[in-house]
Design a protein around this ligand. Structure first.
Ligand code: PLP
Length: 450
C-alpha cells in the first residue's frame, strides 16, 4: 500500500542516505520531505499535498516540471548513445551545445569545458587560472580573492573560496591560496553612507587587498553577480564594472560565477554583461543549463585566456576533466532546455513579470519581523531583523527562516530558509496569478510568525 511504501522509503532514507548539509545531530529521527511528482511550478509530496516550488528545486528548474519533450530528448539520446569518452571522442550534442553556449555567452567567451555541476565548473575555472600562470612562468601568481558570504560549491577548491562562515567550521580548506573581502550587503551599509560611497568603499577593499598582498601574487577574483546563497545580495551600482577594471589593471582573472544567475534567472542568458555590463574572463554555470533535469555544469573561457594557454612550443597538456564531462545525454537535455527557453520567450517573460514579483516582495517589508526584502529578476530574499535594535531575542530572530518555511509549507508553498532569511527563485514560467498566489501565502504565513 501507499503508506507502507512511504514508510519504507523514509526508513531507508533515515538509515542510509546522507544528504548535503545534513544536521547529523538529528538525522536518524527527522523525516525528510519526500517529493513524488511535479507539474509546472508545482510539486507534490508524500501526502499528496500540492506545493508551489518557491526555490525551483535548488535555483534550477527554470522551465518547470513535467516537460514531455525533455523526457523524449533524454530518452532518445539514451537509446542512440548514452555515453562516449570525452577524452578520445565527441558527440553531436556535446559539440552543438558548446557552440550554442559560445553564442549565448558574452564577447569572446568561446571555449567551453563541460563539468558535472557548479562546484566542478568553479574548480575547473580556478585550475585554469593555475594552469595559465604556471604556463606563463609566474607560479607565484596564484592567490584567489573571494568574498564573504560567497558560495561556490563543495569540492575542496570550490569550498575553499566559499565565504560562508557557518560552512567553514568542520573541514580543512586551501587557505594559503584564498583571501576574503568583507561583506558588500547594502543592508548593513551605515546610514551616513550613500550607495555610491558604499561602492567606493567596497572597491577600495579590493584595491587595498591587492596592494597588501601584491598583484604579482594574485591570480583570480571570483564573484557571483548577485551573492545568491549568501542571501540574494545585490551589489551597489557600478561595483562589478569597477572591480573588473581593477582586476584588468593587475592581470588578475575575473571569474563570474553564474551558476544561479545564468540561464534566465534575471531575464537574460547571463547576467554578467546584460545586467552588470561586464565581460568576465571566465564564466561558470550549471543548474539552469538543464533546468535541473540532469546534472551538468560548464566553465566558459574567453579567447583572451585560451590564447595565452595554448601554443605549439611544447607539450601543453591540460590535465583536467571528468568521466562525465560533456555527457551526451546531459548535453541533449541542455540543448532541449535552451530550445524551450527560446521558443517560449522565457527571458522576455521574466523581464515582464519581474517588476510585479519585486513589488510584491518589497511590500513584505511592512511586516514587523522583516528588516529587508530585496531581489532582482525572479530572485528574492526576505531578511529578518537581526541586530536591528528590535526587542525580539536574537535566538528567536535566527529561527525566522525555519518558522516561515514551516508556515508557508502548511499553506502550500516551499521556500528556502537560511537562518534569519528566506530566499525565492521560482520556475521562470511562473504567471502573474501564480506570483500573487505565492506572495499571498507568504503574507498570510508572516502573520503567524510575527
Ligand atoms: N556556485 C554557485 C553560485 C552556487 O550557487 C552553487 C550551488 O548552489 C555552486 C556554485 C555549486 O554548484 P553545484 O552544487 O552544482 O556543485
Amino acid at each position: 500500500t501507499h503508506n507502507q511504501d512511504l514508510s519504507d522509503v523514509l526508513t531507508a532514507d533515515r538509515t542510509h542516505h546522507l544528504h548535503p548539509w545534513h544536521d547529523l545531530s538529528a538525522w536518524r529521527e527527522a523525516d525528510p520531505h519526500c517529493f513524488t511528482s511535479g507539474e509546472g511550478i508545482y510539486v507534490y509530496d508524500q501526502d499528496g499535498q500540492k506545493l508551489i516550488d518557491g526555490p525551483a528545486g535548488m535555483w534550477a528548474v527554470q522551465i518547470g516540471y513535467g516537460r514531455r519533450e525533455m523526457a523524449d530528448a533524454i530518452a532518445s539520446q539514451v537509446m542512440e548513445l548514452p555515453y562516449a569518452s570525452p577524452w578520445t571522442s565527441t558527440t553531436a550534442p556535446a559539440a552543438q551545445l558548446s557552440e550554442r553556449i559560445a553564442e549565448l555567452a558574452p564577447g569572446d567567451l568561446n571555449t567551453v569545458m563541460f563539468t558535472t555541476g557548479g562546484s566542478t565548473a568553479v574548480d575547473t575555472a580556478l585550475r585554469t587560472m593555475q594552469f595559465l600562470n604556471n604556463r606563463l612562468g609566474r607560479p607565484g601568481k596564484k592567490i584567489i580573492i573571494a568574498r564573504e558570504k560567497g558560495y561556490h560549491g563543495s569540492t575542496y577548491l570550490a569550498a575553499s573560496v566559499t565565504g560562508k562562515e557557518r560552512d567553514k567550521s568542520c573541514f580543512d580548506f586551501e587557505d594559503r591560496l584564498v583571501r576574503f573581502l568583507p561583506d558588500i550587503n547594502p543592508y548593513i551599509r551605515p546610514d551616513v553612507m550613500t550607495e555610491a560611497e558604499w561602492c567606493d568603499a567596497k572597491v577600495a577593499d579590493l584595491e587595498n587587498m591587492i596592494a597588501e598582498i601584491g598583484p604579482d601574487r594574485i591570480g583570480a577574483f571570483i564573484a557571483e553577480p548577485i551573492l545568491c546563497s549568501g542571501g540574494v545580495i545585490i551589489p551597489p551600482k557600478g561595483y562589478h564594472q569597477r572591480t573588473l577594471e581593477v582586476c584588468r589593471a593587475h592581470d588578475i582573472l575575473y571569474i563570474s560565477d553564474e551558476v544561479v544567475t545564468g540561464f534566465g534567472r534575471l531575464g537574460h542568458w547571463f547576467a554578467s554583461q546584460e545586467v552588470f555590463g561586464i565581460e568576465p574572463d571566465i564564466i561558470t554555470c550549471a543548474k539552469g543549463i538543464t533546468s535541473g533535469y540532469l546534472p551538468l555544469g560548464a566553465c566558459i573561457i574567453s579567447d583572451r585566456v585560451m590564447d595565452r594557454m595554448t601554443g605549439a612550443d611544447h607539450d601543453v597538456l591540460f590535465p583536467n576533466g571528468y568521466t562525465y564531462s560533456a555527457h551526451p545525454v546531459c548535453c541533449a537535455a541542455a540543448l532541449k532546455n535552451i530550445e524551450i527557453i527560446e521558443r517560449e520567450g522565457l527571458l522576455g517573460h521574466v523581464q515582464t513579470v519581474a517588476p510585479h514579483f519585486q513589488a510584491r516582495l518589497k511590500a513584505l517589508e511592512a511586516s514587523p519581523v522583516i528588516g529587508d526584502a530585496r531581489g532582482m529578476g525572479l530572485l528574492g530574499c526576505l531578511e529578518g531583523l537581526l541586530d536591528a535594535g528590535r526587542d525580539t531575542p536574537l535566538e528567536v530572530q535566527r529561527t525566522l527562516g525555519a518558522r516561515l518555511d514551516a508556515a508557508c509549507e502548511a499553506r502550500g508553498l516551499i521556500v528556502r530558509p537560511l537562518i534569519n532569511m528566506c530566499v525565492f527563485s521560482p520556475p521562470l514560467t511562473i504567471s502573474p496569478d501564480e506570483i500573487d498566489a505565492m506572495f499571498d501565502i507568504i503574507e498570510d504565513a508572516l502573520t503567524e510568525v510575527e
